[in-house]
Ligand binder design. Structure first.
Ligand SMILES: NC(=O)c1ccc[n+]([C@@H]2O[C@H](COP(=O)([O-])OP(=O)(O)OC[C@H]3O[C@@H](n4cnc5c(N)ncnc54)[C@H](OP(=O)(O)O)[C@@H]3O)[C@@H](O)[C@H]2O)c1
Length: 211
């Protein structure tokens, strides 16, 4: 698959690298220094480009920027019509402390409303970036950690589920995009566990059901 990375920081840089190593054609875009995109691309056999180039080349996109940068990226990205867009963004204030969207809507729904012709799926917002390379390194070993994903487009969710599996997680379908109203606060729980509680940031999770 051709994957465009819109925001090549902690999440985008790592997920793009993993997907390139998993065999996808990855274009890294949107960083403050173009040299960073080129370095990321060189290290994993991907490409660097502008946001518009990444969108043009891609079947699927990862949106991975701070909430305050969303409008800037979307303006450069165009209408995104028909593109599967995996959104890992948490709608946080500039201090990364509080959610600025909820409880009767969500960041996932808010962004989807801004580009209604894109095929939005939310995922990876409940996984600290520090866990990604380790999950990828143990890909194939069961039991795999779960990763929530949700969206309204069933076919787009299948595309995203395959990308989630490529990283090494078991995709857990958590329903429609409006699940973001509840999953985004849960993302803050994972951040609290990863960064404020003991044990380090390589946090994974698994939901189970009793027989
Ligand atoms: N980090 C996590 O563990 C984690 C986990 C779950 C969800 N999330 C969510 O995922 C999203 C991305 O988080 P992140 O930690 O990957 O953020 P990040 O490391 O700050 O990456 C954001 C990217 O945007 C680029 N950028 C910022 N301002 C820019 C500007 N003015 N012009 C061009 N590029 C600019 C950054 O450039 P530079 O590379 O030059 O800095 C970077 O490549 C956020 O919404 C966050 O809430 C993060």
């Amino acid at each position: 698959m051709r994957v465009g990375i819109l925001g090549s920081g902690l999440m985008g840089g790592k997920l793009g690298t993993i997907w390139a190593k998993a065999g996808h054609e990855v274009t890294f875009s949107y960083a403050r220094v173009a040299g960073k995109l080129e370095r990321l691309a060189r290290e994993c056999g991907g490409q660097a480009g502008t946001v518009a180039e990444a969108v043009h080349r891609a079947d699927a996109l990862l949106l991975a920027v701070h909430w305050s940068r969303i409008d800037d990226v979307l303006e450069q990205a165009g209408d995104l019509a028909g593109k599967v867009v995996l959104n890992c963004c948490v709608p946080l204030d500039t201090r990364n402390r509080d959610l600025v969207v909820g409880v009767t809507t969500s960041g996932a729904e808010d962004v989807a409303r801004r580009r209604p012709h894109a095929r939005w799926v939310a995922a990876f917002n409940t996984s600290p970036s520090e866990a990604l390379f380790d999950v990828f390194a143990r890909n194939g070993k069961e039991p795999r950690p779960h990763l929530l994903h949700y969206g309204d487009d069933v076919e787009a969710k299948k595309v995203v589920a395959a990308l989630i599996e490529d990283v090494g997680y078991a995709p857990l379908d958590a329903g429609p995009l409006r699940t973001g109203r509840f999953a985004e606060p849960f993302a803050m729980v994972t951040a609290e566990l990863a960064y404020a509680q003991a044990g380090g940031p390589k946090l994974i999770y698994r939901f189970d059901r009793l027989p």
